[in-house]
Write a protein that binds this ligand. Structure first.
Ligand code: SF4
Ligand code: SF4
Length: 302
């Protein structure tokens, strides 16, 4: 099923220390609303069944995002908004926003929560947003971004105390978080498959992966193209028919690393996206894997 993370704008009211935004002072850009509507029509024709509005903080553009959500509803596309809950300062304000989003057909809210987000937004906002979702029948979950350190224990306790539905989301050491100190992991030997949800930027660049994928500066391996030059369908097909991406989804990054000559001890020291970057942001290793993806790496099985 085709789904995409839709970056209407990179503008955000916060500057979280861990954000995958590109620079210290990111330039912001915003899509033209009329063009965004055309693209959503094109996505529906291309069989896109789910759109997640993300990038900066989508609800800064409340009216525009409501229009896009309504359009998606009319076209039969499932919608999610990823938000930092800045708008949910009181129960009444949260109710007003959630009621309108629900009326326009929004399917789900994904509420970001972390020790970095909560330096700029009161934790209680997330509670207000979640409780409004429950009152108005709008599905929600809390995305708890964590580095699994003890510093996050009180934050996790807060989410549990308030009976919020939350899922831990491993911090991605990319963007501003690239400089964070982090120890090597010692995982067991996991496959590290990745679903690879594509991402559209406000400049209409499309990437095959929505998280760290636009930060592979040496190879730009996940860049699919720009909608000024290609159709939505063509760019989805470029991702779906790429043999290496297919292996990332099905065989997993660990097997690719093993094939590329990484030792087992090296492999268990990496987080998934870091391992992916070590492999695919290096031109020589990428070239080797791309060549092998057409043939012998497929047989690199037990
Ligand atoms: S992590 Fe999210 S809320 Fe924080 S600065 Fe980045 S886009 Fe904004
Ligand atoms: S593992 Fe690779 S493809 Fe998957 S989200 Fe991380 S960087 Fe993107």
């Amino acid at each position: 099923m085709r789904t995409i993370a839709f970056g209407y704008s990179t503008q955000c009211n916060l500057r979280c220390g861990h954000c995958v935004a590109k620079g210290e002072i990111p330039e912001t850009s915003t899509m033209d609303l009329g063009r965004a509507k055309e693209i959503i029509h094109e996505m529906a024709e291309a069989g896109v069944k789910g759109i997640s509005f993300t990038a900066g903080e989508p609800l800064i553009f409340f009216n525009e995002i409501n229009e896009l959500v309504r359009l998606c509803r009319d076209l039969g596309i499932y919608t999610r908004i990823v938000t930092n809950s800045f708008w949910a300062t009181t129960r009444e304000r949260a109710d007003g926003v959630v009621r309108e989003l629900k009326q326009n057909g929004l399917c789900q809210l994904r509420l970001s929560y972390s020790r970095w987000h909560q330096q700029g937004v009161a934790p209680q906002n997330v509670v207000h947003a979640a409780e409004s979702g429950q009152r108005y029948g709008l599905d929600y979950f809390v995305s708890f971004v964590t580095d699994f350190s003890e510093q996050d224990d009180p934050h996790e306790a807060f989410l549990r105390t308030n009976n919020l539905r939350f899922f831990p989301e491993p911090l991605i050491y990319s963007g501003r978080a690239a400089s964070f100190d982090h120890d090597d992991l010692r995982t067991d030997y996991q496959a590290n498959c990745c679903a690879m949800n594509p991402f559209l930027t406000p400049e209409l660049d499309m990437y095959a992966c929505c998280d760290a994928g636009s930060h592979f500066t040496e190879t730009n391996v996940f860049f699919l193209g720009n909608l000024a030059d290609s159709s939505v369908d063509a760019l989805f097909r470029a991702s779906e028919t790429n043999r290496l991406f297919h292996l990332i989804r099905t065989a997993g990054i660990t097997r690719l690393a093993h094939f590329a000559g990484f030792t087992s001890r090296q492999i268990i020291g990496y987080r998934k996206c870091d391992l992916c970057k070590a492999l695919l942001n290096d031109a020589a290793t990428l070239g080797k894997l791309q060549a092998a993806a057409a043939g012998n790496v497929n047989h690199w099985t037990r």
